[in-house]
Design a protein around this ligand. Structure first.
Ligand code: PLP
Length: 406
């Protein structure tokens, strides 16, 4: 029986996260049997070079030896205790040591949970309710962040999912990324009610889009001025672009930072952290409640520690950046493509115009994307099955792998 049809019998849409269904492609998704290094092996027996990298969660390549060794040892000692372990302290210390803005960190089980909890904390700390986000930035699927990403007018933001009451998103403002003037205006008018401004410092969920020079600085200035917290959602960028966050590179200090993906080494982990004075508001020290049965799970912590240790020791960032940079030079501005990239991540936008906002990303040639995606598939190159995603390399990828995309 067809694997996808069978999955659809028991699972809505056959998948446990919508984009995996290849809706943008109009073909059945590959089912993955196993993975090692840069390769995925499908249930249909194909071996493909993986540029999706579990949406950025995998950075060392699949089933990396140090991660497998550490996790195997931990699993034999039990998989969950619901009580404190030293591996939680160890991973927390690694994150605190790597990122100056973070004094303390709390672990959760997904990026969604990390962001949801950071927002509650920001509201609890500031005593204000409104949050400001940017169109096309994705911060997980919690109710108040599922705001229509297409709306350029702050007051007209609506819900973009059924089942989210209007009341839950009425305090969410969403405006275009890189729009200096609109941001200034909204902050001038509503800054006194805004608890936090949340941003992917390098958005990667509308495809990779770079912040214009001065934009993140402006966010820092304006939030400080009106007593709102600045939250960097580094679920993708954390430990992806350097050993630390994008904040380490751009030199801007957010109040809170969220993580996920890489810090779990391929296991379900999220985290949020920041200044001690803010983090002290969390239960049991403070009045902002937040909890989780599997939070700080020892197997996941162990995978995260092994991953970060390997990144620290091997420092593969320069190599990944060079790989992607030389590829981008070959493809960018040719063949109706705009390639945005930073470090080991990139997006091929199927348009010859620059892409600096969600609106720019929306004008791509969908038919061209469809053709390219099937060409890549036929060459056993596994790219993310959507035009609005980042592709990721590991230190194991080569120039030849990337040249295949051309
Ligand atoms: C993936 C992602 C999330 C959500 O993380 P999940 O683990 O999928 O819940 C949040 N923010 C950003 C920037 C992400 O890329």
């Amino acid at each position: 029986m067809n694997l996808f049809e069978e999955a659809k019998t028991y699972i809505p849409g056959g998948v446990n996260s919508p984009v995996r269904a290849w809706g943008a492609i109009g073909a059945d998704p590959e089912f993955i049997h196993s993975a090692k290094g840069k390769y995925l092996t499908t249930e249909s027996g194909k071996t493909m070079v993986d540029f999706c990298s579990s949406w950025g969660a995998i950075i060392l390549g699949h089933a990396a030896d140090p991660v497998i060794a550490a996790v195997t040892e931990q699993i034999a000692k039990g998989t969950s205790y619901g009580a404190p372990t030293i591996v939680e302290t160890e991973l927390a210390k690694m994150i605190v040591d790597a990122i100056d803005s973070i004094d303390r960190v709390r672990f959760v089980s997904s990026g969604t949970e990390a962001v949801m909890s950071a927002l509650r904390l920001a509201r609890g700390f500031t005593g204000k309710n409104k949050i400001l986000k940017f169109d096309g930035c994705y911060h997980g699927h919690s109710d108040c962040l599922l705001v229509n990403a297409g709306s350029g007018v702050a007051e007209l933001s609506g819900s973009s999912s059924a089942g989210v009451p209007e009341a839950f998103v009425k305090d969410t403002i969403s405006i275009p990324f890189n729009d200096f003037d609109l941001f200034r205006t909204v902050m001038a008018e509503q800054g006194d009610q805004i608890a936090c401004v949340i941003v992917e410092p390098v958005p990667a969920n509308m495809g990779v889009i770079l912040p214009e020079p001065g934009f993140l600085e402006l966010l820092r200035e304006e939030t400080t001025k009106c007593g709102a917290l600045l939250i960097f959602d580094e679920v993708i960028t954390g430990f992806r672009l350097c050993y630390g966050g994008y904040q380490t590179i751009c030199g801007i200090t957010p109040d809170l930072t969220t993580f996920g993906k890489i810090i779990g080494g391929g296991f379900p982990v999220g985290a949020f952290g920041g200044r001690a004075e803010i983090m002290a508001k969390l239960a049991p020290e403070g009045p902002v409640y937040q909890a989780g049965t599997l939070s700080g799970n020892p197997v996941a912590m162990t995978a995260g520690i092994a991953t970060l240790n390997a990144l620290k020791e091997t420092n593969p960032y320069e190599k990944m950046a060079q790989l992607v940079d030389s590829f981008a030079k070959m493809f960018h501005g040719k063949h109706g493509a705009t390639v945005n990239h930073i470090g080991g991540m990139f997006t091929i936008f199927h348009t010859d115009k620059p892409v600096k906002s969600f609106a720019d990303a929306m004008v791509q040639d969908k038919a061209l994307f469809g053709k390219r995606f099937s060409a890549w598939q036929s060459k056993n190159l596994y790219m993310p099955p959507s035009m609005y995603e980042a592709a990721f390399v590991s230190p194991l990828h080569t120039e030849e792998d990337l040249a295949g995309l051309l």
